[in-house]
Design a protein around this ligand. Sequence first.
Ligand SMILES: NC(=O)c1ccc[n+]([C@@H]2O[C@H](COP(=O)([O-])OP(=O)(O)OC[C@H]3O[C@@H](n4cnc5c(N)ncnc54)[C@H](O)[C@@H]3O)[C@@H](O)[C@H]2O)c1
Length: 345
Amino acid sequence: MKVLMIGAGDIAKSHARAVEKLGGEIVGAFDVSENALKSFKKEFYCDVISYEQIPEYVEKADYAVISTPPTKRLDYVEMVLSKHVPLYLEKPIATTLEDAEKIVAMAKQYDAKIIVGFAHRFRPAFVKMYDMVKSGMFGEPVNVFSYRVGAGFGYGKNNAMYGNSWRTDPKLACGMTIESVSHEFNLLTSLAGEFDTIACNVKGTISNVPQFDTNSTMVMRCKNGAVASIMTSWSSGAGANLKGYIGTNGSILLRGRNMFEFDSLTYKTVDMDHEESITFNDSYDLNKDEVIYHVHVYFQDCLKNNKPVEIGGLSEGMKVLKLSNAALKSAKEQKTIALGDYYTL
Ligand SMILES: NC(=O)c1ccc[n+]([C@@H]2O[C@H](COP(=O)([O-])OP(=O)(O)OC[C@H]3O[C@@H](n4cnc5c(N)ncnc54)[C@H](O)[C@@H]3O)[C@@H](O)[C@H]2O)c1
């Protein structure tokens, strides 16, 4: 399929590699940074286009990928959707509910087909965990959790880890709770259902960018009565990832060497004598392209076969942003937030 890239930074290259691996081509790439475009053009044979050319190139594409910083998207979303071209929108869909609502309104106006980049939801280790949980073998949810720590943007001497990024630019920063915990909300609610309450604390580690929280820890109660928790940090040189589902009839753990590694599943039901494990060695650190690839496989299947986007559509993007906002409100006001019907658009 023919794909237009709006934003040609780091993750855009993984998107472009996925498109090419699937036999498709990049028809054009736009970015505000000449350096980013130069680097993109070195690897991908495509037209490098100006802002004014975007509408013309949207028309040449089977879908567009927007991977600009999440505060810089509304005009691009309008340019894509108004031409009735499907959209792969990177998460988080926006940083404010106001912007997100504008995107939802545009999606309704143009009857848009959108997938949001909740890529971890499509990784084989998580898909296996999800399928086993949904088979009922572990029973009803009792306790679900995600703990992941590692060195993220802003880690290290002079906050230098990964160099300059929109993430630590005071004008563009949104923080970890909005950018990255979005994945955990997506994964845990898929396993255990929607949350009823949330209580959170955050801590930033860069004094001149207070909104850039690099540590986010929270507890939730699920609507079905299960308890849930998330603990994430970008401030740890040592890395680890542990996600779990503890049910009334057994439990399953997803373990990783570092914060985004999905190495193995270990599980045991009350009827099993011993726990069993399945090894995946699915590494985001070593092969980010493969992680993004799975989402393109799914999205292209939806587009080619005219199927609805049932996993990771725009309503999931909106729901997760509402959860991030509620978590930050809880941290700011130091109280537990009752979520009500946050998940209905
Ligand atoms: N799903 C995932 O697993 C995953 C992984 C990494 C990043 N992301 C998301 O992708 C998005 C981009 O992240 P990244 O790591 O590629 O960042 P990045 O900084 O590497 O790339 C962003 C690009 O956007 C460009 N840009 C900035 N302002 C722009 C504007 N107004 N118009 C056009 N281009 C503009 C920058 O020049 C840069 O090249 C973020 O929302 C991030 O959360 C998702």
